[in-house]
Write a protein that binds this ligand. Structure first.
Ligand SMILES: Cc1cc2nc3c(=O)[nH]c(=O)nc-3n(C[C@H](O)[C@H](O)[C@H](O)COP(=O)(O)OP(=O)(O)OC[C@H]3O[C@@H](n4cnc5c(N)ncnc54)[C@H](O)[C@@H]3O)c2cc1C
Length: 365
């Protein structure tokens, strides 16, 4: 039974984690207010139809697809959305390893993830997943979402959250508790650090990533084996590619900033690929016909890990994903960091349970 007269649980950030947390809280009958700093991504993607690369400008769409593993599926099952989301997912039954020095992509080796048939991880569009979660929220009367509203500060003595709209308009809401799911540069975490003796670390690694595209073949098919996560492991760097529903692959080159800065011209880029990824370079770069445009047009993004401890204080908590403890994507052993949120939400459940029992008090986990 949904509460109506309670102060809302306020969630900051409507990315994968904030949206998921809002649904989980809403399903438990909490009144939830979700604030997202950006405009509704469903609207912006219609306006921004410069194809895949235009979409990459929004970090919720960075790395267009992600690998969804067992933990991710469990969380989706918990909110009754596994079936809907899986309609759009592509099973990846193993790693397809592309060995060095091999120009024939058919010489690559499939390493199954599991000996049991049907056990796989799933490639899913990050954007579609976020849209599906937001659409689910729209159907929940006790959960409301406001876009273009940024978290600014939290008055912990009164449990009041202050947000700012895009015109600079300010508003405040009294919150039962506040959950930060506002990404790697979380303002909620900053606010938390002012009221708690928080230890915090942020570590950038030397490697970053750049996204590239493997389009469908001229006949409209996948250009490589579709049901695999393709990996080109090379000592200091690697290329990966995950299948998309439109039969393209999103490829990601993980490489150090130092190395990438050495590639300044299309000729240098092509010879780098000919040396390290000969199957991609074969037949005049048939797998990546837009390599040069993608490489020089797409940003090089950093990779970092974040820890903070404690990550909650009375009625405030930052997410166990990007907001609080963000870890480097481990791509050869896929894990759903989005689903770290699953475990984190269990802690939140304890929080809301206490809220229910003692409705006048602020929450603490
Ligand atoms: C290269 C790469 C590959 C990855 N691959 C995988 C994978 O295969 N599988 C997997 O599970 N995970 C993967 N991840 C990790 C996954 O992307 C993250 O764990 C997940 O996106 C984190 O979601 P989030 O909602 O915490 O943060 P975000 O997606 O960053 O969302 C934060 C939201 O908060 C909003 N916001 C920020 N500040 C404010 C503010 N002040 N007020 C209001 N709103 C605000 C932002 O606009 C944004 O919408 C990968 C990550 C990277 C970098």
């Amino acid at each position: 039974m949904a509460e109506t007269n309670q102060e809302p649980v306020v969630i900051i950030g409507a990315g994968l984690v904030g949206s998921m947390a809002a649904i989980l809280m809403g399903r438990r009958g909490c009144r939830v207010q979700l604030y997202e700093g950006r405009q509704d991504p469903r609207r912006s993607s219609q306006q921004d139809v410069n194809g895949l690369h235009g979409m990459l400008c929004n970090t919720t769409k960075r790395s267009i697809n992600l690998a969804l593993s067992h933990r991710g599926l469990c969380a989706l099952r918990k909110i009754g959305m596994e079936g809907k989301v899986m309609e759009q997912a592509i099973a990846m039954e193993g790693r397809m390893i592309h060995p060095p020095g091999e120009a024939d992509k058919n010489k690559s080796v499939l390493q199954p993830y599991d000996h049991r048939p049907g056990h796989a991880i799933f490639s899913i569009s990050r954007e579609d997943l976020n849209f599906a979660l937001l659409e689910e929220i729209e159907g929940m009367p006790n959960v409301s979402v406001e876009f273009e509203k940024k978290f600014e500060s939290f008055d912990s003595s009164a449990n009041v959250v202050n947000v700012t709209g895009k015109e600079g308009d300010r508003s405040s809401v009294k919150a039962r508790c506040v959950i930060g799911a506002d990404g790697a540069f979380s303002k909620v975490r900053e606010a938390l650090a002012r009221v708690e003796r928080m230890n915090f670390s942020r570590e950038y690694i030397t490697t970053g990533y750049k996204e590239l595209t493997i389009p469908p073949t001229p006949a409209g098919d996948f250009a490589m084996h579709a049901r695999a996560l393709h990996i080109w492991p090379r000592e200091e760097f690697m290329l990966i590619a995950l299948p998309n529903a439109d039969k393209s692959f999103t490829a990601t080159l993980f490489i150090s900033f130092e190395e990438i800065e050495k590639i300044k011209t299309p000729e240098q880029l092509k010879s780098f690929f000919q040396e390290w990824f000969p199957d991609v370079a074969a037949d005049n770069f048939a797998l990546m016909p837009t390599l040069v445009e993608d490489f020089f047009g797409n940003p090089m993004s950093p990779l970092l890990s974040i820890t903070c401890d404690p990550w909650h204080h009375k009625g405030m908590s930052c997410s166990r994903s990007e907001g609080g403890t963000s870890s480097l994507p481990s791509l050869t052993c896929p894990r759903s960091s989005f689903l770290l949120a699953g475990g984190w939400c269990k802690l939140l459940f304890k929080t809301t349970r206490r809220c229910r029992a003692r409705p006048t008090q602020s929450c603490s986990s």
